[in-house]
Design a protein. Structure first.
Length: 310
């Protein structure tokens, strides 16, 4: 039905809805076109370069190898080692950030109305810091010569003034993951806070009246109604964490088994000037990101159209 009570056109979409959609495309179209040009050209260029074997110092010696670069990359143990490190960092950071972000979202959601604004501002401070600045801050804090962590926490078992956090894989990954969690958890909390705002309050009250425990309210009322927000949070952070570069490059430069796929692509393309191999690594990294996005959407099975009430 239309606003005037008359039946809408065939297909159930009113003229007003069609007009709003056209307006939306006109408003978003220019930005969408620019983003498409900015992102599509590098992707196509990387795919094209990945089919050739050549170094940037000798571009005239370019020769077509087809999928040969991909075969070289996938047969190299370094690729699989760096893939394992990247997946480990992604899974651990996303899980921790999801738990902490939900806790922060609940605190902000339950806070007194006058405290919500200042509380959100304080929580968002780490996310507003540039990633490079954050990485350097964490590096100098844990540095064995200039850092303060060892002296402040030498009472903790296993921590001593001469502990070099970046000398082994385990401690290096701990610092890298901790820095990622500290900086990006506020982003997760905001996404989940938006989801909490969509949970009907009367459903929570009805569950409590029926004698439901806090855990039952959380697991059967709150979380199911936040499914779309959780999917968006997991998807955004998983895609971002899988492409981690700054923290690893600044803190360890990939030493001691901390190299990620993004750093491998950088070293191959920029360090060794192997443009063909570097492009193949970048394309494979892009395909991994697409698989993550597809898997997350399939895993959560969220019907966004019904969530909007259409």
């Amino acid at each position: 039905m239309t606003a005037g009570g008359q039946p809408g056109p065939a297909g159930g979409i009113s003229e007003r809805t069609r007009s709003e959609r056209r307006l939306g495309w006109w408003l978003a179209g220019p930005a969408f076109a620019v983003m498409l040009l900015v992102t599509l050209y590098p992707i196509l260029q990387a795919v094209y370069d990945s089919l050739f074997a050549f170094r940037l110092t000798a571009p005239d010696e370019r020769r077509f190898v087809g999928l040969g670069n991909y075969a070289v990359v996938l047969s190299d143990p370094v690729w699989w080692r760096d893939l394992a490190v990247t997946v480990f960092i992604t899974v651990v950071t996303v899980v921790i950030e999801l738990v902490l972000g939900f806790a922060l979202a609940m605190i902000m959601h339950r806070a007194l109305r006058g405290l919500r604004g200042p509380l959100r501002t304080v929580i968002l401070v780490p996310y507003g810091i540039i990633t490079v600045v954050s990485a350097f801050a964490w590096f100098y804090a844990f540095d064995v010569t200039s850092g303060y962590v060892n002296s402040w926490f030498d009472w903790v078992p296993g921590i001593s003034p001469d502990l070099n956090w970046f000398a082994s894989q385990g401690t290096s990954l701990f610092v890298i993951i901790a820095s990622e969690v500290w900086k990006t958890t506020p982003f997760i909390s905001l996404l989940l806070l938006a989801g909490l705002a969509q949970v009907p309050g009367d459903m929570e009250e009805a569950a409590k009246v029926d004698g439901a425990t806090s855990w039952q309210v959380l697991s059967r009322v709150i979380l199911p109604n936040m499914k779309a927000s959780i999917m968006v949070a997991v998807l955004f952070r998983a895609l971002d964490a899988f492409r981690i570069f700054d923290n690893v490059f600044i803190m360890t430069n990939g030493a001691n088994g901390t190299e990620t796929l993004s750093l491998l692509a950088y070293r191959t393309s920029i360090g060794r000037l192997e443009i063909g191999l570097g492009s193949a690594i970048s394309v494979l990294l892009f395909l991994c990101v697409l698989l993550i996005a597809f898997g997350a959407i399939k895993l959560f099975k969220v019907d966004l159209s019904s969530a909007r009430g259409e």
